[in-house]
Design a protein around this ligand. Structure first.
Ligand SMILES: [Zn+2]
Length: 470
């Protein structure tokens, strides 16, 4: 076979272009250019009108009836009643009938690259942190490519359940969440907006112990950056900056000192990055407060005094009602044989934890601290997609005694403020991204409507629509 270049040259030699042919070619080029200019003018920014019986504004709690949302490209252009909206000719209308519109949901604390299968009791009892560590270790040592596909699947499932923005707080390997964020933004794969934190900053032995000494450093470095003194803390922040993170995630435990965390936070703030600090026990919560964290994740053992200190220092509390309502029994029972003893002890310890959490929610509501919420979902939930597992977890706050409107605020407007993205997301307002969800009923009367989102739009593009017949 002839080399293609050689063959092209031969054909040119054989039939040189006549002047007429040259003119014809030139005219054809001009025509193609004109047509493409015209078609790009025609495919200018798409305009979409979304109609529904109700739109809930989480900021005020007001419900607009009926509601019209005019969307231009990826942004909301106008919101109002039909008389207030100037509907341009050629706007595409999506009529959602009797549905209730809300802003796209925000899961402010979650883990897209982790799907831990709860091990049997015997396995749990043989490991330190036995519920979590075996699954985590298996994930770390397996192929990062395998993990990337998991993250992409979870991201799509979250989006399909109405979660249009997530904050991924660690457990994505070295660069899983930053790369997935970029792939979604480039429209290579579907998914929510991601605020990525890359590797979690921890003190040694926070999550795993008893590793093979010959391999321990290599294993840890795949998932974490160790803080061992203030300088190493600053260096860890810089390593994540190199990964182009949106924020820094730190786990505070009794081993982390205030000077170490302060150094991390100073370095992050110098780069305009917020710092989310995992803190559950009273001592680590105080470390996070004293060092000036931007948000305290979990915060379960906060004292009333600490809940007062948080707003004084401009700290958000990010609630994670993950284990509320017998969560572990729900994920264990479908796949594990549980002894009668285990089952009854899980039920009674769960009931005690639930009561404690409900008390905590009441103290949070009384304290005036600003709060958002995250699912902290990192578990394999048999029978549910990741999106379904996450929304089911978030609405637990209602069962724990939080009014429905506050639950919705925690995963929309409040979460947007905690992320520092209040100008982009969290409400359906002019100039913000056109991220919308719709449910059939009234989410203020029945918060579980959020587990059955029927319409999802992100960036002005429909992701899901079970309400309108095609
Ligand atoms: Zn977490």
């Amino acid at each position: 076979m002839l080399h293609p270049i050689r063959r092209a040259r031969q054909s040119t030699e054989r039939t040189p272009l006549t002047r007429l042919q040259k003119i014809a070619t030139l005219l054809a080029l001009v025509f193609v250019t004109l047509v493409s200019v015209q078609s790009s003018a025609q495919s200018a920014v798409p305009i979409v009108l979304v109609k529904a019986d109700r739109l809930l504004d989480p900021r005020t709690g007001n419900v607009l009836t009926p509601a019209f949302v005019l969307i231009e490209g990826d942004k909301v252009k106008q919101v109002g009643s039909s008389s207030q909206i100037g509907i341009p000719v050629g706007a595409k209308t999506i009529d959602l009938g009797g549905a209730t519109l809300l802003p796209g949901l925000i899961d402010a604390h979650m883990h897209l690259f982790l799907d831990i299968i709860v091990p049997p009791e015997a396995e749990i009892s043989r490991h330190w942190n036995g519920l979590f560590a075996p699954g985590l270790l298996l994930t770390i040592i397996e192929s990062p490519t395998k993990r990337a596909f998991l993250g992409a699947l979870m991201a799509r499932e979250d989006l399909e359940s109405g979660i249009t923005t997530v904050r991924n707080l660690g457990h994505s390997g070295v660069d899983g969440d930053t790369e997935l964020r970029d792939a979604i933004n480039a429209r290579r794969v579907p998914g929510p907006r991601i605020l990525a934190s890359a590797r979690k900053l921890i003190t040694r032995a926070s999550y795993v112990q008893n590793l093979n000494p010959a391999l321990s450093e290599a294993i840890l470095q795949q998932e974490f950056l160790l803080i061992d003194g203030a300088d190493r803390g600053r260096a860890a922040v810089r390593q994540n900056e190199f990964q182009n993170v949106d924020l820094i995630k730190v786990t505070a435990d009794e081993n982390l000192t205030v000077p170490e965390l302060t150094a991390v936070i100073e370095e992050a703030h110098r780069q305009h990055l917020k710092v989310a600090v995992h803190a559950i026990e009273t001592t680590s919560i105080q470390t996070a407060i004293d060092a000036g964290a931007d948000s305290i994740e979990h915060g379960n053992d906060s004292t009333d005094e600490q809940l007062r200190q948080m707003p004084d220092k401009g700290i958000f509390l990010d609630l994670t009602p993950t284990s509320y309502g017998g969560f572990f029994l729900k994920i264990m029972e479908p796949s594990l044989a549980l002894s009668a003893e285990t089952r009854s002890s899980r039920i009674s310890s769960g009931a005690r934890r639930d009561k404690r959490y409900a008390d905590f929610v009441q103290r949070v509501l009384k304290s005036g601290v600003k709060f958002a919420a995250g699912s902290d979902m990192c578990w394999f939930y048999p029978g549910k997609t990741r999106g379904q597992a996450s929304t089911a977890t978030l609405v637990n706050l209602r069962d724990a005694g939080m009014p429905a409107l506050d639950v919705i605020r925690a995963i929309t407007i409040n979460a947007a403020e905690m992320l520092g993205w209040q100008d982009r997301i969290g409400s359906v307002e002019r100039g913000k991204f056109a991220d919308l969800v719709a449910v059939s009923g009234d989410p203020l009367a029945d918060i579980t409507e959020l587990e059955r989102v029927r319409f999802v739009m992100k960036d002005g593009k429909v992701v899901r629509n079970d309400l309108t017949k095609p």
